[in-house]
Design a binder for this molecule. Structure first.
Ligand code: PXP
Length: 239
């Protein structure tokens, strides 16, 4: 069975919308683990728009499954990873102006700096995964830079507007998974996966782990709404 790594960035997004102390992504991570998550993912972005350094530090000491740190391949982030020692680092491209990660890392362009980052992290005992588009050339380069794993970007498939586009995008994912498996790379998949699109991955047993955030946090907000309103209603009733 594939694992589920739960990304709690958007719990921090809600917190940062008010610069409040809650909801705490650390609390969300612990509940996710109790519910069966196989790992917790956080993306520490350069602009700290959601996850903060404090979150990563506390998560490192309380997460019982594994802590996966998503980050850009920058000197600052490498320093933080070496200090915190997450169980895995996933290297992602990062642009300040993007709403979320918009695509895989382009290893044709960044191969030089990525080799160095992968070496530094893996030599310190942190396995590295590279977030790549489902493109055999990118997967070949991920293998060449010695990454332990790849995470296949599933966003184009999940966001496809028509069944034909969806099918074409999924065919690329299937090919990418088979190719990475042949190269003996660990294979994760993520971005945009929701309660509907996850069903399409049935039978792709080469995938080791799914990394899912937005749909789970969205579902949590709605599934918990009734309880949250009832609790506040009860408190008002007792005034
Ligand atoms: N994998 C990577 C590399 C990501 O950047 C993200 C988004 O933070 C995810 C997975 C999770 O995507 P989503 O929030 O759409 O489930």
């Amino acid at each position: 069975m594939a694992g589920l790594a739960v990304n709690v960035d958007h719990i921090a997004t809600i917190r940062e919308a008010r610069k409040a102390s809650y909801p705490d992504p650390v609390a969300a991570a612990l509940i996710a683990e109790i519910a069966g998550a196989d790992g917790i993912v956080v993306h520490l972005r350069e602009d700290r728009r959601h996850i903060q350094d404090r979150d990563v530090r506390i998560l490192r000491s309380v997460v019982q499954t594994k802590l996966i740190l998503e980050m850009a391949a920058t000197a600052e982030m490498v320093g933080i990873a070496l200090d915190i020692q997450p169980d895995t680092v996933t290297l992602v491209p990062e642009k300040r102006e993007e709403l979320t990660t918009e695509g895989g890392l382009d290893l044709m362009v960044h191969k030089g700096s990525i080799v160095e980052t992968v070496d530094t992290l893996q030599n310190s005992g942190i396995p590295v995964s590279i977030f790549v588009d489902p493109d055999p050339e990118q997967i070949k380069l991920a293998h060449r830079v010695n990454a332990s794993m790849i995470e296949i970007h599933t966003g184009t498939f999940c966001d496809a507007a028509t069944p034909a586009k969806k099918e074409a995008a999924f065919d690329k994912i299937i090919d990418a998974v088979k190719f990475a498996h042949k190269l003996k790379l660990g294979i994760n998949a993520g971005h945009g996966i929701c309660y509907n699109t996850i069903k399409d991955f049935r039978g792709l047993h080469e995938i080791d782990e799914f990394s899912i955030g937005h749909s789970i946090v969205s579902r949590a907000a709605l599934a918990g709404m009734e309880k949250a309103v009832k609790e506040m209603r009860a408190l008002i009733k007792d005034l």
